[in-house]
Design a protein around this ligand. Structure first.
Ligand SMILES: [Cu+2]
Length: 151
């Protein structure tokens, strides 16, 4: 493989990775309520979940099991700061299936219903914005032909 083709290959690989993963936004304390919104989402491996802190004092803690208000005993379980200065907390989905439950551990928020779930799926039904494959094909074609002028 010569240098030009390798460069194109790398660019395409980055491009494909970029379009295949997506960011799904979940609002924390949306509408000034003790809630995550949306609190039930689908995501795919590689997607990022961006928790945006929009009101109040809350955190995002991975739950021990479905509907639980206890933190997961898993040492890799995620936990954000309470009301982080950036107002953002992001996790990346590494697993290929299963449900990831989370809740707010501040005061009695979880008991009041402040919890949510991320349903990990391997098919194209996630909440992420999907791009039609025809568009991807055209984009890739344009990208390749701009690097290989004789195509
Ligand atoms: Cu809270």
């Amino acid at each position: 493989m010569n240098k030009e083709f390798f460069t194109i290959f790398v660019i395409l690989a980055i491009f494909v990775t970029f379009i295949q993963s997506a960011t799904i936004v979940v609002e924390v304390g949306s509408d000034n309520k003790l809630q995550f919104f949306p609190n039930d989402i689908k995501a795919m491996t590689g997607d990022s979940i961006l928790f945006k802190f929009v009101s109040g004092n809350h955190d995002v803690v991975q739950s021990a099991k479905a509907d639980s208000c206890d933190k997961s005993p898993d040492p890799n379980a995620f936990q954000s700061e309470v009301n982080p200065p950036s107002k953002e907390f992001t996790i990346t989905i590494n697993q290929t299936s299963g449900n990831i439950w989370y809740h707010c551990s501040v005061d009695q928020h979880c008991a009041s219903g402040m919890k949510g779930v991320i349903r990990v799926t391997s098919n194209q039904t996630s909440n992420a914005i999907t791009i039609p494959s025809s568009f991807i094909a055209i984009s890739l074609g344009t990208l390749v032909s701009s690097f290989i002028p004789w195509l």
